[in-house]
Unconditional design. Structure first.
Length: 185
């Protein structure tokens, strides 16, 4: 049996490269355009209005939210570069932990590559839909970023999962079907 750790590293590398493509090279596709003057004014307002890093619902009152306008603001007070070494290393660790969890799931499913890859496909799509499409459905947020992140994460999950499905099935001897073992006795 091949090592879960090595398979997870291989899957994480594939997922990391895809993440770079989606969230590095193509990330502008995910966001609604905002002209630089408005962006600067909003940034100044956030900096003078919010005291610490956090996620804020504006307005927090439900009645005021219903009348609009409203926003959920993920705010970082210190700024920073998403491409900085610490962020890139932390991102790889995050993806590696995810790959280990996918690998445990792929091993638990068992069977041949086809069986494992079908499980990876449907679970990857389900996870991405659950994680990303709830905000526009439940909170009324725009669909653009949510759909983009959903597709990107589904592709990353499925690609990493397929690496792991191949990793584990290529090293195992073919197994007899479950019913065949009982019939042989």
């Amino acid at each position: 049996m091949r090592s879960l750790a090595l398979g997870s590293i291989a899957a994480a590398v594939v997922m990391y490269v895809l993440g770079f493509v989606f969230f590095g090279l193509l990330s502008d596709l995910a966001f609604d355009p905002l002209d630089p003057a408005n962006a600067a004014a909003i940034q100044d307002t956030l900096g003078s209005s919010l005291a610490r890093t956090g996620t804020y619902l504006v307005p927090h009152d439900e009645a005021a939210w219903r009348t609009g306008p409203g926003a959920m603001v993920s705010f970082v007070i210190a700024g920073g570069a998403p491409g900085a070494a610490a962020a890139m290393i932390g991102g790889f660790v995050h993806i590696l932990v995810s790959a280990v969890l996918i690998g445990l799931g792929v091993k638990a499913v068992g069977g041949d590559f086809s069986r494992r890859s079908r499980a990876v496909l449907w679970l990857g799509i389900a996870a991405a839909v659950m994680m990303h499409l709830g905000d526009p459905v439940w909170m009324g947020f725009g669909w653009r970023y949510s759909l983009y992140a959903c597709v990107a994460d589904a592709v990353m999950f499925v690609a990493g999962g397929l690496v792991l499905a191949r990793w584990f099935t290529s090293s195992e001897a073919p197994r007899a079907p479950v019913g065949a073992a009982a019939a042989a006795e």
